[in-house]
Design a protein around this ligand. Structure first.
Ligand SMILES: Cc1cc2nc3c(=O)[nH]c(=O)nc-3n(C[C@H](O)[C@H](O)[C@H](O)COP(=O)(O)OP(=O)(O)OC[C@H]3O[C@@H](n4cnc5c(N)ncnc54)[C@H](O)[C@@H]3O)c2cc1C
Length: 240
């Protein structure tokens, strides 16, 4: 099997599989290496909430793009199991003045960026969320377009199915080390195989650490301590 690709993606959670699908959609040859299975990490155990109610402009912009994508996920990815996005609305509730002010400030930014978040008092909140007990509620924010996935575990699976259909290969192995080479990356696997790639995307989930040999010779080995998500080629090359 030829294990030389344009991009190797480490981790088959929603991050890795979405990146792999978007790469192949853009005509880039990608290979995903996953130690367990698609969605084996956090991507299968989250609550499925999808909201544009964030407080930083960058996050709001990304969330708006994600929401637009998820509204059409069935038509775009054509998954065999529908993750079932439900745009049922999403509420944040304040029981202190401080939280109420923070929610209102966030809502102002969201509105400026085109999201129809509303700032509501307790009675209006109760009307939108009938099960809400408002005795201690000062108010909150509500966005009728936000929602959740009924089958959130199926989102990474949907990306994986669509990516495979387009020719993305999934390799079942644990990445043991990521070495920077002259032409790109050498990804060393625990089973003795390796992958050569011009670019490496580390999507191995939060808190994963690169095991030792981060672009350095074995003799000078000691845990480099950099996290998967922040280990960029330049940084690793500097350490070698
Ligand atoms: C639709 C959706 C809704 C969400 N809603 C919420 C929400 O309401 N609230 C919330 O808090 N969060 C939510 N999240 C976010 C979620 O909690 C996680 O942050 C997210 O799923 C992390 O995805 P990931 O791909 O980065 O990591 P993971 O899903 O953890 O994937 C990492 C993968 O890398 C693999 N891996 C790790 N190390 C190696 C290695 N050395 N070699 C090979 N493979 C390796 C793991 O086996 C795993 O499969 C949501 C996510 C989605 C998709």
């Amino acid at each position: 099997m030829n294990n030389t690709v344009d991009v190797v993606v480490i981790g088959a959670g929603v991050t890795g599989m979405s990146i792999a699908w978007h790469l192949v959609d853009a005509g880039v040859r990608a290979l995903v290496v996953e130690r367990t299975g698609v969605g084996a990490g956090q991507s299968s155990i989250q609550l499925g909430g999808v909201r544009t109610q964030w407080t930083a402009a960058e996050t709001i912009r990304m969330a708006q793009q994600a929401l637009a994508f998820y509204q059409d996920i069935g038509a775009t990815l054509r998954p065999s199991v529908d993750p079932a996005f439900d745009p049922c609305g999403y509420a944040f509730v304040a029981t202190t003045q401080q939280t109420m002010l923070a929610l209102a400030a966030g809502a102002r930014l969201q509105q400026e960026m085109g999201s129809p978040t509303e700032v509501l008092g307790p009675d209006e909140m109760a009307r939108r969320v009938p099960a809400l007990r408002t005795a201690e509620v000062l108010g909150g924010t509500y966005n009728a377009h936000d929602g959740y996935f009924d089958r959130p575990d199926q989102v990474a699976a949907a990306f994986a199915e669509a990516a495979r259909r387009r020719g993305v290969r999934l390799m079942n192995s644990t990445v043991d080390a990521l070495r920077a080479g002259s032409g790109g990356w050498r990804v060393e696997l625990a089973d003795g195989r390796h992958v050569e790639a011009a670019h490496a995307v580390v999507a191995a989930g939060r808190g994963q650490r690169i095991p030792d040999r981060c672009g350095r010779s074995r003799s000078s080995d000691r845990a480099c301590g950099c996290r998967w998500s922040s280990c960029r080629p330049v940084r690793c090359r500097r350490r070698s």
